[in-house]
Design a binder for this molecule. Structure first.
Ligand SMILES: [Zn+2]
Length: 82
């Protein structure tokens, strides 16, 4: 099963309900100087769930399909073009 990668599906900031920190994207390497909530926090596995994308990064940029956690669909202003 394949589908096109969506350039309008982008990551958003997800904040942990337990520690209040922004959550690290799942499976991504985080620079040491960034203090993000990660797997060591019990809240990381609870809602709101983080996704795999960095904020502002699109599924197409990432290069792999991602689920809907921690993402939003950007509506570009061409919907009225026709
Ligand atoms: Zn946390």
């Amino acid at each position: 099963m394949t589908r096109a990668l969506n350039p309008r599906k982008v990551g958003v900031s997800v904040y942990c309900a337990s520690c209040g920190q922004r959550k690290a994207p799942i499976g991504r390497s985080v620079p040491l100087e960034m203090y993000l909530c990660d797997w060591e926090c019990r809240g990381y596995r609870e809602v709101p769930l983080s996704g795999s994308l960095w904020p502002g990064e699109s599924e197409a940029d990432f290069g792999y399909p991602v689920n809907d956690d921690g993402t939003e669909i950007i509506l570009v202003g061409d919907a009225l073009a026709d």
